[in-house]
Write a protein of this length. Structure first.
Length: 394
């Protein structure tokens, strides 16, 4: 038991460091996509994304297949943190859980305040936090941000991801193919049986996971959710004859193997394929459209109000303890960084407005503007907050 406790902090630090680096790469990729989409290369950019490789376009391969790998990693992280990490007990879940709830509810309400009718379908777009982007900004601040706030942000973002997965499953599923859904259920049952039988090799899980992805893709439920379901069936606990869980657990091995390709290939590719909004070709009205304003306000105002307000309320009511060695201003800075909703927000925008390029573009403008403003404000507040809590010089 002592061995596990000693290993957990270093594992979390490795997680935070890799996410921070990936966030910086993600920023550069998103900026590149914007430049290309508004340059003479725009036509080539669109032609490549809409070109077909087999049954699907390049964009669909990225958004439906590669992003299933991203969701697989998300599912592995959720399971690990819930079983043996920063969310492994109720006392650890309470504050980030309450903050995440506020950070999802308030942006959705703000979006609803300026959107009615069909566009209200995009209410969930500003409800997610991009952990890679947020931690990328925090990495620029070095030791100015207490470790407790980094952990709080990581835990909150993981709960946010879980909430986004549930939202996608419940609200962005259209027609259902019952035979394919039954087939997917049979595959899940087989995966659970392998887990119960303590099958430790990853290859059988991944092969069945591929079959599951095909069946879920055909069923009408978004195919990326197959990644989350697969993650929940990957064994984490040790067999009795072993003692070093982190070194031998299939879940830890797969999570470790996926961090680099997901952080530095899958998510940047997704950003490059979806952040390229042809701003110069859009009418001026798109910049002030209800969807644009709803998303931008949800991220820039709704997220920090929800996260910070619910956190302060939870601490004042005695429901949770405040993060150690963190000032109220630093909490506000981190709450602002939660308004960076890039990857998951872009993904939900595609699901909310399928086939409507204008509404998707408006949502993307709102995501980019809101995330950029939230990131800059959060960075500035955290720099000022750091100076405020420094001890006076002798």
């Amino acid at each position: 038991m002592a061995l596990v406790r000693l290993r957990s902090p270093s594992a979390l630090r490795r997680f935070l460091n890799s996410q921070s680096s990936a966030g910086l790469v993600l920023m550069g990729t998103a900026a590149l996509a914007l430049v290309v989409a508004n340059s003479p290369l725009a036509h080539t950019y669109e032609a490549v994304l809409h070109g077909h490789l087999g049954p699907l376009s390049v964009a669909h391969w990225i958004n439906d297949a590669l992003m299933a790998v991203f969701f697989l990693l998300v599912g592995l992280e959720i399971k690990r943190e819930m079983r043996d990490g920063q969310l492994s007990s109720w006392s650890r879940r309470i504050l980030p859980g309450i903050a995440a709830l506020g950070g999802m509810a308030v942006p959705a309400l703000l979006f609803y305040a300026v959107n009615t009718g069909p566009t209200a379908r995009g209410w969930a777009i500003p409800a997610a936090t991009d952990i890679a982007f947020a931690l990328g900004v925090i990495s620029l601040l070095g030791r100015r941000v207490p470790a407790s706030l980094r952990i709080f942000l990581a835990a909150l973002a993981i709960i946010d991801d879980l909430g986004a997965v549930i939202i996608i499953a419940l609200f962005y599923t259209t027609q259902i193919s019952l035979p394919d859904l039954v087939g997917a259920a049979v595959v899940v049952a087989a995966l659970m049986a392998m887990n119960r039988l303590q099958v430790r090799r990853l290859s059988p899980y991944l092969l069945l996971g591929l079959v599951l992805w095909v069946l879920v893709f055909r069923s009408g439920i978004h195919a990326t959710l197959a990644g989350v379901v697969l993650a929940l069936t990957i064994p984490m606990d040790m067999t009795p004859s072993r003692s070093d869980r982190d070194a031998t657990s299939p879940l830890h091995r797969l999570e470790h193997a996926l961090h680099v390709p997901v952080g530095f290939l899958v998510v940047p590719l997704f950003a490059f394929a979806n952040a390229g909004v042809p701003v110069l070709q859009l009418p001026a009205s798109a910049l002030a459209a209800p969807v644009t304003l709803g998303v931008a306000l949800g991220l820039l105002l709704g997220k920090p109000v929800g996260v910070f307000g619910f956190s302060v309320l939870a601490v004042r009511l005695g429901l949770a303890d405040a993060p150690a060695h963190a000032s109220r201003m630093q909490m506000l800075g981190v709450a602002l960084l939660c308004g960076i909703g890039f990857t998951m927000s872009l993904f939900i925008a595609l699901l909310a407005f399928p086939g409507d390029a204008m509404l998707q573009s408006e949502a993307k403008i709102g995501i980019l503007a809101g995330s950029l403003a939230a990131g800059l404000l959060g960075y500035g507040v955290l720099r000022v907050a750091h100076r405020e809590v420094q001890p006076p010089r002798a």
